[in-house]
Design a protein around this ligand. Structure first.
Ligand code: GDP
Length: 473
């Protein structure tokens, strides 16, 4: 590898190592200092890049509280298929934009902003659903501040509604319930509210603290109230960012445009992104040639919570990649190359990612309590519940098992996505993973374990949990 990167012959590098008293073979790993010595001997320049170097360059300095200014909340709409996510997104966009803007036609760039009657600006992610949400999370970008959970009043809580609740909870993002299709004759909003109780979501009408709003994406009924509910939730969250620093943000969408080259929609999370800024984004880098907002207009800059299309990339990044503005093109290129190489190394070492055993080593320490996150899929509801109950009994003051999601049916890609995002293994009880889930799990290194005896499952988790305990001591 070292020979490769210097464009030298492997034999020459091995020879040079031997001259220095290191009897290395072609595939042996050598330490950084030795590598540096050899590189210099060959007359090359050493560029040492590590995660720590990258952090230095991308300016991870904490903001002073006095520099922080309020920013718009970022909202993702989730819910069961056909409950009206897309219709609701369209209704909100059309009502607001057509009313407020000359011309009125929005461009689809993956996110848009609207202003409520009381003047609060809200940023909506334009890709509804769980897949986008989890894949962003698994790439390290948490962009959602508030989840609007759409539940059709004529259908009540369905499997994907439950899944969405678990996703929101796993990400610790507050929810607002939009009880949709209230115009339908069969609408029964109270059934939605009681159904939600079973999943520990207690809405305000039931004396809980989760806001619920009755809406119709078709007639527009309740939309202003929904927007005000979001604005209220945002106020409680006191969302802030520092507009006066080098920008950082997350990629929401990216594609190769025939006319314009690689284009990425970036949601700025901190700082202000400006034309001419040099940046690194995932394994790509670039210099901002132009910024285009959600109305299709060129803008000179974009501050916190503003979605913009960025032109001037050298390649196409992926959704969820993080963008950071840096000082020089050399830095941007170096970090992008380092990341590309690191990703390649990681793929080469794939297969050993999220095993139960490894979780013991790297379980997230939440103050003094270690959490062992897991996902459970079972053939029948009764088994799923029995397993969850058994899991909750495992653990003590130091270790806790956390069931991120439990459900009935085959293990799907969505399950794998959630598992990967949270570093959890997936347990199948009398169910298997479907083919696409198996493939994804292999690729991402998510462990799937199958059981047909609850006792065995409990034993394994207990062993893992006690491993966590001893690892801590
Ligand atoms: P998604 O799969 O959650 O994005 O759902 P869609 O937005 O595609 O909506 C599914 C169907 O429900 C479509 O035929 C919509 O026209 C219809 N729909 C959505 N919202 C409402 C509503 O508020 N009232 C009525 N009557 N129909 C709705």
């Amino acid at each position: 590898e070292l020979a490769n990167r210097m464009s030298e012959k492997v034999a020459d590098v091995v020879k040079s190592l031997m001259t220095n008293g290191i009897m290395a073979t072609q595939t042996q790993t050598i330490d950084a200092d030795t590598a540096e010595l050899i590189i210099e001997e060959f007359g090359h320049k050493v560029v040492r890049v590590s995660d720590a170097d990258v952090e230095d360059v991308i300016d991870a300095v904490e903001d002073d509280a006095t520099d922080l200014k309020p920013r718009a909340p970022i909202i993702t709409i989730m819910g069961h298929v056909d409950h009206g996510k897309t219709s609701l997104l369209d209704a909100i966009r059309n009502a607001r934009v057509v009313a407020g803007e000359a011309g009125g036609i929005t461009q689809h760039i993956g996110a848009y902003q609207v202003t409520t009657d009381s003047g609060q600006v809200l940023s909506f992610l334009d890709t509804p659903g769980h897949a986008a949400f989890t894949s962003m999370r698994s790439r390290g970008a948490q962009v959602t501040d508030i989840v609007v959970l759409v539940v059709a009043a004529d259908d009540a809580v369905m499997p994907q509604t439950v899944e969405a609740i678990n996703h929101a909870k796993a990400a610790k993002v507050p929810m607002i319930i939009a009880i949709n299709k209230i115009d339908r004759e069969a609408a029964n909003p109270d059934k939605v509210r009681t159904d939600l109780l079973q999943h520990e979501v207690i809405v305000e009408k039931m004396s809980g603290d989760v806001q619920d709003v009755e809406v119709s994406a078709i007639t527009g009924q309740g939309l202003p109230e929904l927007l005000e509910a979001i604005a209220l939730q945002a106020e409680i969250l006191e969302l802030k960012a520092n507009p006066d620093r080098a920008a950082s943000g997350a990629v929401i969408e990216a594609q190769l445009d025939v006319g314009r080259g690689p284009v990425a929609t970036v949601l700025v999370q901190n700082g202000t992104l400006r034309q001419g800024d040099i940046f690194v984004v995932g394994e790509q880098w670039g210099k901002v040639r132009a910024l285009v907002d959600d109305k299709g207009d060129r803008v000179p800059e974009a501050g916190p919570s503003v979605p913009v299309e960025v032109l001037g990339l050298n390649g196409t990044p992926e959704a969820g990649d993080v963008l950071n503005v840096v000082d020089t093109e050399a830095q941007a290129r170096e970090i992008a190359n380092y990341r590309a190489q690191a990703a390649k190394d990681k793929r080469a070492a794939a297969g050993a990612a999220t095993t139960l055993e490894q979780l013991m080593a790297n379980a997230k320490a939440d103050e003094n309590v270690s959490e062992l996150p897991i996902l459970v899929k079972a053939d029948v509801q009764g088994s799923a519940e029995a397993i969850v109950q058994a899991m909750e009994k495992i653990g003590n003051d130091e270790v806790r098992v956390r069931v991120l999601h439990s459900g009935v049916g085959a293990i799907t890609e969505t399950d794998i996505g959630l598992a990967e995002a949270s570093g959890a293994p997936v347990f199948g009880f009398n169910v298997r993973a479907n083919a696409s889930a198996r493939n994804t799990a292999n690729q991402k290194g998510v462990e799937i374990r199958y059981y047909s005896v609850i006792y065995d499952l409990v034993d394994d988790v207990k062993a893992a949990a006690s491993g966590l305990l001893s690892a801590e001591i």
